[in-house]
Design a binder for this molecule. Structure first.
Ligand code: C5P
Length: 235
């Protein structure tokens, strides 16, 4: 068990998601519920995971007008999820509204600002009008989120050391994690668990390397071992 590992339950329905959470009981404390599962099952899957006493990262990547996002943040508080994502690209007014909404209710989740998706490379960024590097864009968006009072960021391992330097106390949540020798699929800005931790990650999000593995518990154990040896090396 390492509280820094978050397994992404990217499944189309609750039964396989809950079955995986059951198989990883004792190995993993955190599970991420993303759009695929939440749109299919709604709040009940979050409540069921909370009932099992695991921590839930609700990855809804909110990006809407400030009033709508604030309302969604208040609604999530009632579910008991511990992390909730909002897109930093929603801008200062949206981020401030989200932070104020979280501060106004009991049991609010910690907000994490999504900077640049790990599936975006320079070409993808250029296509949406962003000419500077992904690191510059991540730092710019993190600054916007930080100014709004949000001190947790989702970024790729490529930007984590720059973020850690600038925000020593921030919660840095890093997806796009691929143990050596696994399929990168649609992810572009990727790193191994050891490299992401060495660069300053607080949490690692791992989906397909575990969910698509023939033996998900064995794949999780291998990742935990890599995390443990990375930490031992840096200690
Ligand atoms: O399967 P894989 O390990 O690529 O899954 C990564 C998970 O992290 C997915 O659920 C994806 O939605 C999420 N994510 C990401 N990049 C971000 C934010 C979240 O890949 N910037």
């Amino acid at each position: 068990m390492d509280p820094r590992l978050i397994v992404a339950l990217d499944y189309p329905s609750a039964p396989p998601a809950l079955a995986l959470a059951g198989r990883l009981q004792g190995l993993c404390q955190w599970f991420k519920v993303g759009l695929e599962l939440f749109v299919a099952e709604g709040p009940s899957v979050v409540r069921e995971l909370r009932r099992r006493d695991v921590s839930v990262f609700l990855d809804l990547k909110l990006h809407d007008i400030p009033n709508t996002v604030a309302g969604a943040v208040r609604s999530v508080a009632a579910l008991g999820a511990e992390f909730l994502t909002v897109h930093a690209a929603g801008g200062p007014a949206m981020l401030e509204a989200a932070a104020e909404a979280a501060a106004s209710v009991p049991n609010a989740p910690q907000l994490l600002a999504v900077t640049v998706l790990t599936s975006m490379d320079q070409l993808q960024l250029a296509t949406i009008g962003i000419g500077h590097s992904s690191e510059d864009q991540v730092l710019r968006l993190a600054e916007t989120a930080s100014a709004a009072g949000i001190n947790g960021f989702v970024a790729s391992a490529e930007e984590v050391s720059a973020l850690r330097q600038r925000y020593p106390a921030a919660t840095l949540v890093i997806p796009g994690i691929r143990p050596a020798g696994t399929d990168t699929a649609d992810q572009k800005r990727i790193a191994t668990p050891a490299a992401a931790l060495a660069a300053g990650a607080s949490y690692l999000v791992v989906g397909r390397p575990i969910t698509q593995a023939p033996d998900p518990a064995a794949a999780t154990r291998a990742i935990l071992e890599e995390m443990r040896s990375a930490t031992a090396l840096s200690a």
